[in-house]
Design a protein around this ligand. Sequence first.
Ligand code: FES
Length: 353
Amino acid sequence: MKQRVVLSVWHKWLALLVAIQVVIWLGTGLYFNVTEGQGDTARQVRQTVHHVGDVGSVSLLPLRQLAAPAPLKAELIWSLGKPYYVLWYNQPAHRYFPLERRVYDAQTGQPWQIGLQQVASVAQRAYRSDKQTASNTVMSAPVLITPPIDDLNNQQNPLWRVNVNDALNTSIYLDALTGHVVTFVNDDSRFRALMFTLHFMDYAGTGSFNNSIIIVFAVLTGMLSLSGAYLLFHTHAVARPLNEFEPHTNTQLTIRDKHSHTHSLCLSEHAGDNLYFALLANDISLPSECQGAGTCGKCKIVTNASMPVTPVETAHLSTQAIADGIRLACQHPARQFSEITIPVALPTSRSDQ
Ligand code: FES
């Protein structure tokens, strides 16, 4: 019985936790439905930067002449009209995983990394501003930032960031080595990212819906279902129907209600029926949150009958309350009582005086 009380408390807290997340799912799901098809406003101010220069006039140094360790792969890229070799020393599944690369000038063979001014130039070219706002648009100086990056939770590589003073506070993120645009972020996409975080419970910022918090939550939801099924089974399937196969007894009971009205009742109870259910069968409903399951401690009555104190009563009633004759109706067979006081009014049809 004591375990059922503990289980009931856990069940309620789990239910609260699950209910909060369900409300979040409903709210964020509704947001995704309503905003679907509205387009990404961060993309609307982004335009392609043409880096490729005059290919015909450039003579490239052969790759094998680079003074660099052998890479897994090599690629030729262009940045603001000049060619560069990017040597890859790992091949992660996603570009936001740590990248091990080196960049060399493809004409001189010298190690290279894009500079501040070139980054600013790429950002200027990548940002599309309309004629009315172009003169008012100001960009911040590029800043090289290292993870964690607030706007890009899952990014594990350093990036250049250039902020634009437009209406949606656009930030332009560029590759730390090559200066190529990685992404645009603005207030709309930040809010959308927040909705994704809430919807997928990605509170640790892993960038994946298959994260450990959601797995733990799924287990907790399973426990909520199982504990609910267990409590339901013991409240209704076990407590009530099994008793119905047992013989009837009649109990003569005098009930005094909160208005001091009294009523004599001949309770026709099944053997083993507790007082809570016996009263309920006679239209007298005591306060309860567990419907007689013995977990809420609400079904209090006052009696002078003497009977053993159950663990549920110990858990919910003080020693003084028990000494004052307060007991829980669902804890004792109805036949153990001859006179009780209840904290609710008797139904009018039951009140004798
Ligand atoms: S403890 Fe809930 S009805 Fe008795």
